[in-house]
Design a protein. Structure first.
Length: 278
């Protein structure tokens, strides 16, 4: 789920202990425009992408996060949404803090429980202590915000030396504005291919992702993310481009399966915080 720069009020640990959430300034009396927008989309997100209904999460995203954060005893989930990734990490034994800009998501995360501590916060001012997490996950968040460098710097701040970041994005190359599947009926037999829009041009667009649901995307080339991580003091250790999972491909028409099955929708960047970020 998406987060934007606007620190909100901290939520105390459900267990009554010191969660480390709430360090620094807290409390936002007036919600930002993006906060209001995502609050309005919360039910749509929860119905379409959570609670086991989305194969990209169940078959690909969550297993990938679990693999690359295995053994990390304290993990921060930035843009947690209703908490499905946070709950999976907690069930594996991690102490998890989930942050999201959207009050409707945080309420649902509390209702679904499962172990994590949740707080209302944006991505570029994290209300947690420095050097306090062994791992962090940011899933489908940074493509919705303007403050990329500030947000990466905050991740580096809260990670311990050699702490692990799992950053999952809509693929910056194949999910550019105006990209998508094309079936050309001018050719016999019809040709099916994936059209790629302008890649190097950085732009913000608002797309109707479902009837009545308009979401703002910020397109950047891949180099912005990689160089931003490096500048923040996070060294890239792996880059993953995966085919869509079987459960996703099974839902598309047969004549689209070859193209969609060979076009990555998601990109994962795995990085470790340097011993010193200075």
């Amino acid at each position: 789920m998406s987060t934007e720069p606007d620190r909100g009020s901290a939520v105390p640990s459900a267990a009554g202990g010191d969660s480390g959430v709430g360090a620094g300034e807290c409390g936002s009396a007036v919600p930002s425009a993006s906060q209001t927008e995502w609050d309005g989309h919360a039910r749509w997100w929860q119905e379409k992408f959570t609670d086991g209904v989305d194969p990209e999460y169940t078959e690909q995203i969550i297993p990938m996060v679990m693999e690359h954060l295995a053994g990390r005893e304290r993990v921060l989930d930035i843009g947690t949404g209703e908490g499905q990734i946070a709950r999976a990490l907690a069930q594996a034994g991690a102490e998890v803090v989930g942050l999201d800009l959207t009050m409707a998501q945080i309420r649902t995360a509390h209702e679904r429980a499962g172990g994590p501590v949740y707080a209302l916060a944006g991505s570029d001012r994290l209300p947690v202590d420095s050097n306090s997490f062994a791992g962090a996950v940011v899933c489908l968040v940074y493509e919705h915000i303007d403050t990329l460098e500030e947000s990466l710097a905050e991740v580096a701040r809260v990670l311990r030396p050699r702490g692990r970041l799992v950053l999952i994005l809509n693929h910056p190359l194949f999910q550019t504005p105006n990209s998508g599947l094309i079936v050309d009926h001018m050719i016999d037999p019809p040709e099916t291919y994936w059209r790629v829009g302008a890649y190097l041009h950085e732009t913000a667009t608002v797309e109707e992702v479902n009837k009545g649901v308009h979401v703002r995307f910020v397109h950047r080339p891949l180099s912005r993310y990689v160089n931003g991580m490096i500048a923040a003091g996070i060294d890239l250790v792996a880059m993953l481009e995966l085919s869509p999972p079987p459960g996703f491909v099974a839902k598309v028409p047969e004549h689209e399966t070859d193209v969609l099955g060979n076009t990555p929708r998601l990109l994962a960047l795995i990085g470790d915080r340097r011993q010193s970020t200075g």
